[in-house]
Design a protein around this ligand. Sequence first.
Ligand code: NAD
Length: 249
Amino acid sequence: MSDDFEGLRAVVTGGASGIGLATASELAARGARVAVLDLSPDVSPPLTGVRCDVSNDTEVVAAVATAATTLGGIDIVVNNAGIGAQGDVTANDDTEWHRVLDVNVLGMARVTRAALPYLRASTSAAVVNTCSIAAWQGLPNRVLYSASKGAVLAMTLAMATDHLDDGIRINCVCPGTADTPWVGRLLDSATDPAAERAALAARQPMGRLVTADEVAKAIAYLASPLSSSTTGTALAVDGGMYGLRPRPR
Ligand code: NAD
């Protein structure tokens, strides 16, 4: 069984930056035709950019149709677009809750819903959702973000069972803190960015941040025929954060 993507057609949301860009590039390097759906889809060939706000259903329906026409169908959906939210339960009002859940949870449901007819027609259909360690572990000051990723995990399992007989495998990855532009922005806003980076690294037993490429390779595995018996599961890419205790270094 091959781990290449020759002849396969993939849609990656949030594919213009960080984990999404690394994933789109990995799939393309292995032979897939890839459309990136993003708010600012400024990507270089061979990737094709399609502007899409995943919180807008009309845009999602149009962008998925455009991607399917451009690629000649869709075999793989990587639901990766997501936004952050910080603070305890008092930190975000209802408007902010709706905004984050609309992107992080409904965004993945909308894109999957729009892509379903194409996935049903594929003989190698896979959906991979970017979840987070925050779905499993109580991280400080991340109530809203964690709620959104908990929903992504549960939604992944529920969708996987619904679409078993359609031949569509649906899984998610749970990254720990990954070195992406998002985390860069977070560190830039800290009082002491170097100390904050060291604290985030120390939280992961391997003592370092995960790279976007490492998450991309895990997503590629779940999207490829190599994982043909795997559906309804979550793969941690977290430097050991979920299973191990951080150790003093
Ligand atoms: P990033 O900010 O570098 O990239 C996110 C991309 O999503 C950007 O290109 C952005 O334009 C796009 N995007 C944002 N809102 C969108 C919308 N409404 N519609 C379409 N596109 C939109 O972030 P990243 O760190 O690569 O994170 C990607 C995913 O990984 C997110 O779902 C995030 O929750 C998850 N994640 C990240 C980390 C981490 O430490 N970086 C850890 C766990 C999970």
